[in-house]
Design a protein around this ligand. Structure first.
Ligand SMILES: Cc1ncc(COP(=O)(O)O)c(C=O)c1O
Ligand SMILES: Nc1c(O)cccc1C(=O)C[C@H](N)C(=O)O
Length: 429
């Protein structure tokens, strides 16, 4: 698309946008009587208007059926999760059996590492990206220690080249190959939370497997944001959260993927609970864990129905919107427009006051742009917030802005860029 730096252009794009009606399906915080410019779906997606109704139905079932709600009503709680799987598996590129909904992301990473990180004295290392989200770092360190290894020796972090911020696929692969005999697990994010870089997951999985390692993916910033093909790429496992691009509420239910090639492997460790038991025999209460076939065999505890209801409210919107492909198309246009307007500001200023560290190439990013503010970064962020433009702040000087195709418009992006421009004058940056 050829972008233009005028409000009229943004309005015209909104009029032509085939997905424009979905904006009305979400609730926006207000600022001076108007919707805020919300560019923070990379942290917490907006609430679907329907979420309250979806929850209310389950509260009514609880009121009317009480314990029998597990078996009665239009959507008995025992099988409620099944209604989520078709849309989720489409977003993740998996078959329904490879997907389950459970717990929160970090908990799931631990449960999956119990199964897929099986270090030996020779092959005990975990390779991950440097600067992964801290929770992933803590999880990996504690897993390594749990097995009696020293994180300093067992964790290999792939770092950007000197003077670069993002990683080159060739460097990731080279580091996997260089340590091929010692790596037990490659654990990479799909999109790095800080830079917004979308990794070449297919190549990473291939290289990890060639080295004889398991490969797991943290899709916190990728799920519901970019198209994924977990099954075809052959990832061993993955997890994600539903509260970012999947708009399923703060602390919303997470999910896990296990590739079907592992279903028949009864040698995998797993931390079991009755919610992972064979569904047809769960209530026979027999001794001896007999897992449900597929990813659901990794469930441990009773599924939180209210969280699943919030998840369903949002997934139904994805379904109506036609899934991830049209959404990514609009997401790319919005993100490209924001990039264009920020570059225009820099041009007008005669210097790069806002440095975008997210890759320029669409294939290497999703909806997030991470912007380093060269001067008065915190004051600029505060100015934006005071003027109803919501991104988020990451130390020491990064503002993350995420145009989400389901609810953001081109005029949102125009106003955000206008805010970035005015902030320079207001803060004397
Ligand atoms: C990449 C990544 N991993 C882990 C987490 C933590 O997830 P949770 O608090 O749901 O375990 C987040 C976000 O908070 C994240 O972005
Ligand atoms: N999960 C979060 C939370 O419980 C509180 C505040 C923020 C979050 C986030 O999701 C942060 C997010 N993962 C990030 O990329 O920074």
């Amino acid at each position: 698309m050829i972008y233009q730096d005028t409000f009229g252009f943004a309005q015209q794009q909104d009029e032509q946008d085939e997905l424009k009606s979905f904006r009305d399906e979400f609730l926006f915080p207000q600022h001076n009587g108007h919707k805020v410019i919300y560019l923070c779906g990379n942290s917490l997606g907006l609430q679907p208007k329907s979420a309250g109704q979806y929850i209310k139905i389950q509260l009514d079932n609880w009121e009317n059926f009480a314990v029998e709600g597990w078996f009665m009503g239009d959507d008995p709680w025992l099988s409620y999760h099944k209604a989520l799987l078709p849309t989720l598996s489409g977003l993740l590129g998996a078959n329904d059996r490879e997907i389950t909904v459970m717990n929160s992301l970090t908990v799931n990473l631990h449960l999956l590492m119990v199964s897929f990180y099986k270090p030996t004295n020779k092959r005990f290392k975990i390779l991950m990206e440097a600067g992964a989200f801290p929770s992933d770092q803590y999880a990996v360190e504690s897993q390594v220690r749990f097995h009696g290894f020293n994180p300093k020796e067992a964790i290999i972090e792939v770092t950007p080249r000197a003077g670069e911020v993002t990683l080159r696929t060739a460097d990731i692969i080279a580091q996997i190959e260089d340590n091929a005999d010692e790596i037990a697990l490659v654990l990479f994010s799909g999109i790095n939370y800080y830079t917004g870089q979308l990794f070449d997951m297919e190549s990473i999985v291939k290289a990890g497997h060639k080295a004889g390692a398991m490969v797991g993916l943290d899709l916190a910033h990728a799920a519901g944001n970019v198209p994924l093909q977990l099954h075809n790429w052959g990832a061993d496992f993955a997890s994600w959260c539903s509260y970012k691009y999947m708009n399923s509420g703060p602390g919303g239910i997470s999910g896990a993927f296990v590739h079907e090639r592992h279903f028949a492997n009864d040698k995998l460790n797993r931390f079991a609970g009755w919610w992972g038991y064979r569904r047809d025999k769960q209530f026979l209460m027999q001794p001896g864990f007999d897992p449900e076939l597929g990813a659901q065999g990794w469930n441990v505890s009773t599924s939180p129905v209210v969280l699943m209801a919030m998840h369903k409210a949002s997934l139904d919107i994805f379904e109506k919107a036609g899934g991830i492909v049209p959404l990514r198309k609009k997401g790319d246009l919005l993100t490209g427009y924001l990039e264009y307007l920020i570059n225009n500001i820099n041009q007008k200023q005669g210097e790069e006051v806002y440095r975008i560290i997210t890759p320029k190439d669409q294939k290497d990013r999703g909806s997030q742009l991470s912007v380093v503010c060269k001067r008065d970064a915190r004051a600029i962020f505060d100015y934006l917030a005071q003027n109803g433009i919501i991104g988020d702040w990451r130390e020491p000087d990064v503002i993350r802005l995420s145009p989400v195709p389901l609810y953001n418009s081109f005029t949102d992006i125009y106003h955000a860029a206008e805010g970035l421009f005015k902030a320079l004058g207001a803060t004397n940056a």
